[in-house]
Design a protein around this ligand. Structure first.
Ligand code: DQA
Length: 147
C-alpha cells in the first residue's frame, strides 16, 4: 500500500503561522509523525509541500499508477482551484481532504471546497491530528490497486 501526503501553499509555515488557528506543530513534525505511522503499518509514504499550483498538479499526475491514496491539505487552493480538482479526479486515486482548522467556523469564502464532493472523506477542525486520522483511515480502508 502507498500513501502520498500533499500540503499546499503556506503550510510550510505551520507552527509559526497564525498559531491560534493552526497550532504550534511544524510541518517537519507532521511529516516525521506520518513517516513513522506509515512505517509501522508497512505503508510506503511520500510527501510534498509546494506553494505552486502547477507543482502540485505535476506531483498528482506522477502519482498515477503508483499511489493508492492521496491525503491532501490544499490550503487556500481548496477554495479556488478547479485545476487541482481536475488533476486529482483525472488520475483516479482516492483521496482524503484534510484541513487543520474548522473551515466552516471561519470566513464564508472558506466554506466551499472544489474537492470535497470528490473526496472519500473530509477531515477538518481536528488540528494536525487530522493527518494522523486520515492516514489511519487510509490504512484500514484503501485497497492497493491491482497493477
Ligand atoms: C487550511 C484552511 C484553508 O482555508 C487555508 O487557506 C489554509 C489551511 C487548513 O488546514 O485549515 O491554508 O486548509
Amino acid at each position: 500500500k502507498s500513501i502520498l501526503l500533499i500540503n499546499g501553499p503556506n503550510l510550510n509555515l505551520l507552527g509559526a503561522r497564525e498559531p491560534s488557528i493552526y497550532g504550534s506543530t511544524t510541518l517537519p513534525d507532521v511529516i516525521h509523525a506520518a513517516t513513522q505511522q506509515c512505517a509501522s503499518k508497512s505503508i510506503a509514504f511520500s510527501h510534498i509541500q509546494s506553494n505552486h499550483e502547477g507543482v502540485l498538479i505535476d506531483r498528482i499526475h506522477e502519482a498515477r499508477g503508483d499511489v493508492d491514496c492521496i491525503i491532501i491539505n490544499p490550503g487556500a487552493f481548496t477554495h479556488t482551484s478547479v485545476a487541482i480538482r481536475d488533476a486529482i479526479v483525472g488520475v483516479d486515486i482516492p483521496f482524503v481532504e484534510v484541513h487543520i482548522s474548522n473551515v466552516h467556523k471561519r470566513e464564508a469564502f472558506r466554506h466551499h471546497s472544489y474537492l470535497s464532493d470528490k473526496a472519500e472523506a473530509v477531515v477538518c477542525g481536528l488540528g494536525v491530528f487530522g493527518y494522523e486520522a486520515a492516514i489511519e483511515w487510509a490504512s484500514r480502508n484503501v485497497k492497493p490497486k491491482e497493477k
